[in-house]
Design a protein around this ligand. Structure first.
Ligand code: PLP
Length: 394
């Protein structure tokens, strides 16, 4: 049996999989089982924030694994408390954290906090959550329902939980608020939806309005968090103070971890929420190591340099190939090229692996770039050299 046959026979086929077999990674370079190298502009969909084989992360994991991997949340977990303090201090917000294992789970936690807030803080019960079209919030029954894409709400999995509605744009949110609305849940840069950032002014205006109305602002930073946009959180970049923030993808550098943080520290009480694995020794050792790597890079201005360099490269591509691309989109190291058609997007994604380049798609016609935050200029140069080759072969 080949690897492909084994996968197809024994693994449920829920992904449109590529069968390149990666066996090793160093920084932002991946190697397959034939020794062929690939520049990684995807970082595991924004997960490998410190690249592959980062010595700080791998040695922290080995060290932690040699001591304790897991003890339940019925005991205090020192690396968890340390990671919580680190995240809160980096965020600049007066919040406390619950640790989960994924983005969807972090968003589930956020929705639970909002629901209880709506039950306890108003005269009538408030439970409705407004999200945006083209959003993505996860794959559980609730977070898929929170996701503002009709195609995700397939009747196969119905009935879905009540209380979610979707607005076309930020300007439409105001009129959608009623006396049962408890929260607005948004991504500041829609990732899966097409790498689409919102305007800072319109977000600040919305945040101010929600605050005045006593409605919660939940920011899904599962993809935008942990320096992806150049600041620790996109909320920092947008200079807003959300009520609830969720994190996951880049936080563990590849080790599963999710987090929901809120300034409403008293809403959840003992027994309201929990997770067997969430915030265990191993995942928190990973989170601590990732932040220990990235914070000094941020402080030294290196993340800023990287994202400017990356953006320049994309701008060059757009100006050279106006027949293929409309424009460069995104923020920080969460970038996209808006292709002129879905066919162009498909052809580029289809050819990239042959040329030794890992890239992603987003939305209907966007080629998406989510390199590791630690990617070097040399790797960026090489990646774009290969990207040019992909384009010229179209
Ligand atoms: C990836 C993603 C999720 C889901 O995260 P999982 O870890 O796959 O559950 C939720 N929200 C956003 C914005 C994401 O990008």
């Amino acid at each position: 049996m080949t690897l492909e046959q084994q996968d197809k026979h024994y693994v449920l086929q829920t992904y449109a999989r590529n069968y390149t077999n990666f066996v090793k990674g160093v920084g932002s370079t991946l190697y397959d089982d034939n020794g062929k190298d690939y520049i990684d502009f995807a970082s595991g969909i924004g997960v490998n924030s410190v690249g592959h084989g980062n010595p700080v992360l791998t040695s922290a994991l080995c060290e932690q694994a040699n001591k304790i991997i897991h003890i339940s949340n019925l005991q205090v977990i020192e690396p968890q408390a340390r990671l919580a303090e680190k995240i809160v201090k980096l965020s600049g917000y007066d919040m406390a954290i619950f640790f989960a294992n994924s983005g969807a789970e972090a968003n589930e936690g956020a929705i639970k906090i909002a629901r209880k807030y709506g039950e306890t803080q108003f005269d009538n019960k408030r439970y409705k959550v407004i999200t945006l079209e083209h959003s993505f919030h996860g794959r559980t029954i609730t977070t898929v329902k929170a996701t503002g894409q009709e195609s995700f709400h397939t009747p196969h999995f119905s009935p879905y939980p009540d209380g979610f509605s979707y607005e076309k744009c930020i300007a439409d949110v105001y009129a959608a608020i009623d006396d049962e609305t408890v929260a607005v849940l948004i991504e500041l840069v829609q990732g899966e939806g097409g790498v689409q950032p919102f305007e800072k002014e319109e977000i600040q205006k919305l945040a101010k309005h929600l605050k005045a109305e006593g409605i919660l602002l939940i920011v899904d930073e599962v993809q935008t968090g942990v320096y992806r946009t150049g600041e620790f959180l996109a909320s920092n970049l947008y200079e807003i103070e959300p009520d609830i923030i969720t994190l996951a993808k880049g936080l563990g550098g590849g080790v599963p971890i999710g987090a929901v943080m809120t300034k409403h520290k008293e809403i959840l009480s003992k027994g309201d929420h929990g997770s067997t694995f969430g915030g265990n020794y191993l995942s928190c050792a990973a989170g601590n190591a990732v932040l220990d790597v990235l914070k000094p890079l941020y402080d030294a201005g290196i993340i800023d340099e990287t994202l400017l360099y990356f953006s320049e490269k994309l701008k060059e591509i757009v100006s050279k190939h106006q027949n293929l691309f409309e424009k460069e989109v995104g923020l920080g190291l969460m970038r996209g090229l808006r292709a002129k058609s879905a066919e162009i997007q498909g052809a580029i994604i289809g050819k990239s692996m042959d040329e030794g380049l890992v890239i992603l798609k987003a939305g209907r016609n966007t080629v998406r770039f989510l390199p590791s935050i630690t990617i070097s200029k040399k790797e960026i140069d090489e990646g774009f050299k290969r990207f040019e080759k992909v384009i010229s072969s179209l």
